[in-house]
Design a protein around this ligand. Structure first.
Ligand SMILES: O=P(O)(O)OC[C@H]1O[C@](O)(CO)[C@@H](O)[C@@H]1O
Length: 353
């Protein structure tokens, strides 16, 4: 897993260089289906894939100059009222999530063709969907995706940027490419900083009981992914909150046993996050601030910051699970898993790390 985290930065930089070819098939589809005629892009995705789309959302809406919707496959299957004006895009990194299969089947039963964004070409969803594109992550054999999640975020950003080329000045486009590249390079720096953090806070991480992830704006996807990664790898209760929502109830349970991770992208709303993080130290000394580096020379705007801030939580989850030796579930979980499936039978994964 650490190899995949390490590799992410260079894979994303390469994808930025090859952005025209990488995004061409999906852009072709979006144009053919009427994105320029006012249709709304609706991304249907689960877990890390949902968080990848959410991490890209602020960037996408900035460049596409229209709202983009996100929904889970479950919500799509059971609650979504299909509208001609919506362009549904089904996303699955593994290509084997049964909830995405069900969503696509529902869509096809209604008479539509399903377009998917996938990480694996030979997967069940590659077979089922009417067409699909790959987003350029390459192989990832660990089920708890890191490289796939970040490269998917980058892919969504690149698609929206390439779609906007006719509507924005050349300088604006070039600045966006520079910022994206900088953010992707920062991913590696943040990974190295996370390594130092883990060693410096060994005791806390090895004994942490509950972890909360708090942030806002473009980084809501970052904190949700942090919460998911810690819960799936370390097997402790976690939750994520928008900054101000956190102090409207969830804060009342705080004790010195809680570990809090606040994410600030340094904008005015981020400052509020920093204030709350500081105040929380009155209750628990384990209240940490992960702050975006917004110095001019680094050229990274808030809307690209999820590309590198997520790296912190990816490594943190990996390090903590590995050093707590969490390699398996509770013995009773096997019975749960026998009854409830979330992946198709062709799904293969290696050991967690
Ligand atoms: O993008 P996919 O492959 O559909 O997976 C979504 C989610 O399912 C999981 O693989 C768990 O089954 C998560 O790790 C992931 O976030």
């Amino acid at each position: 897993m650490e190899d995949y985290i390490q590799e992410t930065s260079s894979v994303m930089v390469r994808n930025i260089e090859q952005r025209k070819e990488l995004t061409k098939p999906l852009i072709g589809w979006l144009l053919k289906e009427g994105i320029r005629q006012g249709k709304t892009l609706v991304i249907v995705a689960s877990g890390s894939s949902y968080h990848a789309a959410q991490s890209a959302l602020a960037f996408m809406e900035t460049y596409m100059k229209r709202p983009v919707r996100l929904i889970t496959p479950f919500a799509f299957t059971y609650y979504e009222e299909l509208k001609e004006n919506n362009l549904y895009l089904f996303v699955s990194q593994s290509g084997s999530s049964t909830n995405v299969v069900e969503a696509i089947e529902r869509y096809q039963r209604a008479g539509y063709h399903a377009m998917a964004v996938l990480g694996k070409p030979g997967s069940a969803i590659a077979e089922l969907s009417d067409s699909y594109v790959e987003y350029g992550a390459g192989e990832e054999r660990v089920g708890y995706v890191t490289k796939g999640m970040s490269t998917l975020t980058c892919f969504f950003m690149l698609v929206s940027l390439e779609l906007s080329t006719e509507d924005i000045e050349k300088e604006v486009y070039e600045k966006a490419v520079r910022e994206l590249t900088c953010a992707c390079e920062n991913h590696h720096r943040v990974y190295l900083q996370a390594k130092e953090f883990c060693l410096a806070n060994k005791e806390t991480l090895l004994t942490m009981k509950h972890a909360f992830f708090i942030g806002c704006g473009a980084n809501m996807g970052t904190v949700k992914e942090g919460s998911l990664k810690l819960s799936e790898l370390v097997h402790i209760p976690t939750a994520s909150f928008e900054t101000e929502e956190f102090i409207h109830g969830p804060d009342l349970q705080l004790t010195p046993d809680y570990t809090l991770f606040f994410v600030s992208s340094g904008d005015p709303a981020g400052k509020r996050t920093e204030e709350i993080c500081g105040a929380a130290r009155e209750v628990t000394e384990n209240s940490f601030l992960i702050k975006a580096d917004l110095r001019e020379e680094n050229g990274t705007d808030e809307i690209v910051s999820p590309l590198y801030l997520t790296a912190f939580f990816q490594y943190l989850a990996y390090w903590t699970a590995k050093n707590r030796n969490i390699t398996t579930e509770h013995p009773l979980y096997i019975k749960f898993e026998e009854r409830i499936h979330c992946k198709t039978s062709d799904y293969e994964e290696d050991l967690p790390f």
